[in-house]
Design a protein around this ligand. Structure first.
Ligand code: NAP
Ligand code: ZN
Ligand code: ZN
Length: 346
């Protein structure tokens, strides 16, 4: 075991504080990663506050991990010491079910092992990226291409793949009108990626406060959802809407913005259920779908895509002592557009 400095929530809703954790010995197929940067995802906050239900404490959040390989196990073939690597939301899965076999490890039928707030195969709690080192199986580690700096690459491991995967699956591209709801961590990556895929991109944000940024990120249009005229003007406009909103939303209103056969894909994970009048999908044969992160192979594909298109996250680099303040700012939609922890400050 190796003792590693980390930032942890000791209990639900308690502020995060510096602590130490134990990392397992480097096994035959493991890589030891010196973590350089860790993004703060809204999911970290949902879990640290038990918004999604009972959680495991102490909790070291963080599933947007970028770092450098410091040691490899004897059986490792994919990585060597010095390689620039990333780890996202999962660190293991059954590897045998039909989803794992199809590269959809995130939907493993036996359940994935989350990077934190989970128990591994040996029943040990997993701890995430707000720490200086992590040991991960090489099959759940991805390569960060040379063209991407590690700090702006870290958020791609969750915010990037969570938006890339549905945009790919629902064929965002030339000739397609795509709307991204919510311009936060996921939303701003969605705008960049959908634009790079060639789609006509609209941001639907609560206000016009971030309009200038949204257009710079690659959006063609920007509308405020607080303005009822938005819903009149844009009725029947979009082929695809991806909602990244962290709070319950009036999905009926957003479904009315789809064309016939359009799809509204929700990736936001609010803490409360929503209610929906189903007539909003019947008229116009509309799809309401969800999507969760992405598989390991698809995460690599996304990183390569982002490197080719020169896409990284827009980040605010913070020291570990600023994590609690950053959480408050995320909760008040005051993030531009991802907080990233410099793990050297832990
Ligand atoms: P974030 O940075 O806080 O962004 C969420 C954005 O939603 C905000 O910036 C805001 O954008 C909008 N918003 C917030 N509260 C709202 C409200 N009450 N009404 C309308 N809009 C609101 O969060 P994130 O890290 O991008 O994560 C977003 C959600 O996705 C979270 O629930 C997270 O847990 C979930 N998530 C899901 C997956 C998955 O696999 N499906 C993966 C990662 C994260 P505007 O200011 O522009 O309106
Ligand atoms: Zn996340
Ligand atoms: Zn599986």
């Amino acid at each position: 075991m190796t003792t590693v400095a980390a930032y942890a929530a000791p209990a639900a809703k308690a502020p995060l504080e510096r602590t130490t954790i134990e990392r397992r010995e480097v096994g035959e197929f493991d890589v030891l990663i010196d973590i350089k940067f860790a993004g703060i995802c809204h999911s970290d906050i949902h879990q640290a506050r038990e918004g999604w239900g009972e959680a495991i404490f102490p909790m070291v959040p963080g599933h947007e991990i970028a770092g450098v390989v410091a040691e490899v196990g004897s059986g490792v073939t994919k990585f060597k010491v010095g390689d620039r690597v990333g780890v996202g939301c999962l660190v293991d899965s059954c590897r045998e079910c039909e989803n794992c076999q199809a590269g959809l490890e995130q939907y493993c039928l036996k359940g994935v092992t989350g990077t934190y707030n989970a128990l591994d195969k040996n029943g040990e709690p997993t701890y995430g990226g707000y720490s200086q080192k992590i040991v991960v199986d090489e099959n759940y580690t991805v390569r960060i291409p040379d063209g991407l700096s590690l700090d702006v690459a870290a958020p791609l491991l969750c915010a990037g793949i969570t938006t890339y995967s549905p945009l790919r699956h629902w064929n965002a591209g030339p000739g397609k009108k795509v709307a991204i709801v919510g311009l936060g961590g996921l939303g701003h990556m969605g705008v960049k990626i959908a634009h790079a895929m060639g789609a006509e991109v609209t941001v639907l944000s609560q206000s016009l406060r971030k309009q200038e940024d949204g257009l710079k990120l690659g959006a063609d249009h920007y509308h405020a959802t607080s303005d009822p005229k938005t819903f009149e003007e844009l009725r029947g406009t979009f082929d695809l809407i991806v909602s990244t909103v962290s709070a319950p939303l009036d999905f009926g209103a957003f479904l009315s913005l789809l064309k016939t056969d359009g799809a509204l894909v929700n990736v936001g994970a609010p803490e409360e259920p929503i209610s929906l009048n189903l007539f909003s999908v019947i008229g116009g044969r509309k799809t309401l779908a969800g999507s969760g992160i992405g598989g390991i192979g698809e995460t690599q594909e996304m990183l390569d895509f982002c490197a080719r298109h020169g896409i990284g996250a827009e980040i605010e680099l913070i020291s570990a002592s600023e994590i609690n303040e950053a959480y408050e700012r995320v909760l008040s939609s005051d993030v531009r557009y991802r907080f990233v922890i410099d793990t050297a400050t832990i």
